[in-house]
Design a protein around this ligand. Structure first.
Ligand SMILES: [Zn+2]
Length: 312
């Protein structure tokens, strides 16, 4: 199983260039972190659904007068017990100011999807034969696929290799300099380990930061992909994601993912945190649905693995 990831989406290059410039001006060890935050938060912010905004307040369970008044208010939305003798009340907002330029986030994501489709149909299916790879899942900037050979380049059709060599760097970040290009492909196609010289390492660093190019981010023995942003890659370097579940507080391993997939059971998870109530700070423990086997975007077959498109 291999994960190909696009480090920077092409369609936000100006912002990235700006933040890279800005990051260069900041001389501390958290430069990459700041850079990531600026790049992601700026366009993520433009996709905020302000219609969904609620006003949240916390009250003691004994404060029945306030709770009753809020519950009977026409703007009342929801009430949740937090388990420490306090309740969380969500109220709709009387006025919502829709002043976010949603066009930015919309086009970044739509162009991101278009690029993923081009990568799959114009590149992968062109150079890899259908029976040598299998797409597992894709996000807006990455995809996971299973390969029948130990590496991606060994999977390239032998009769298309010459053409592939010229096309490679339009899609995938180079790991070689101009001088060692042919040596790199000889080594990669034959499956021997590529030992880069200093010139090649510098080229790798440079191209790994080019927007729009993919690079291999993870190679594992396999992956259990339950639904969007919930997966577990098992192998020498396990990699996992579980949306809405705090990793440190819940046991998430290959067994728990396999159990959800094949036994069709929804796991429970516990999230702990802090909430402000009046002038005090209180901790809370919440039990909620954890990993879920349900996948609604395609029709999942009885084996829990094969999927077909929906009839819509
Ligand atoms: Zn070189």
């Amino acid at each position: 199983m291999i994960r190909l990831h696009q480090r920077h989406t092409t369609y936000f290059v100006n912002l990235i260039c700006f933040s890279q410039f800005w990051v260069l001006c900041v001389t501390n060890d958290n430069r990459n972190l700041i850079f990531c935050l600026i790049g992601n938060s700026a366009y993520g912010r433009t996709l905020v659904q302000k219609e969904q905004y609620k006003s949240v307040s916390h009250h003691s369970s004994h404060d029945s007068a306030t709770i009753s008044r809020k519950v009977n208010n026409k703007m009342f939305y929801d009430i949740t017990e937090l388990g420490d003798q306090s309740v969380e009340i969500e109220m709709l907002r009387p006025v919502i100011n829709l002043n976010v330029p949603v066009q930015i986030g919309f086009f970044v994501l739509e162009y991101g999807k278009l690029l993923m489709l081009k990568f799959y149909y114009d590149f992968l299916t062109k150079y890899l034969s259908d029976d040598s790879f299998c797409l597992i899942e894709s996000d807006t900037d990455s995809l996971y696929m299973a390969l029948c050979e130990p590496s991606f380049l060994q999977t390239v059709r032998p009769n298309k290799r010459d053409e592939y060599v010229t096309e490679h760097e339009n899609w995938i970040a180079r790991e070689y300099c101009d001088q060692h290009k042919s040596a790199y492909f000889d080594s990669a196609f034959s499956g021997t380990t590529w030992v880069p010289e200093k010139c090649c390492s510098e080229a790798t660093k440079y191209f790994s930061r080019q927007p729009g190019l993919f690079h291999v981010e993870n190679i594992s023995r396999g992956v259990i992909a339950l639904c969007s942003k919930s997966y577990y890659c098992f192998g020498e370097q396990p990699k996992m994601s579980a949306k809405g579940i705090k990793k440190g507080q819940n046991k998430l391993d290959k067994k728990s993912f396999t159990n959800v997939l094949f036994n069709k059971c929804i796991s429970q998870c516990t999230n702990k945190g802090f909430r402000k109530r009046d002038e005090g700070l209180f901790s809370y423990t919440q039990t909620r649905k954890g990993l879920n086997y349900f996948y609604g975007k395609r029709i999942v077959q009885e084996d829990g693995v094969t999927t077909f498109p929906t009839h819509l």
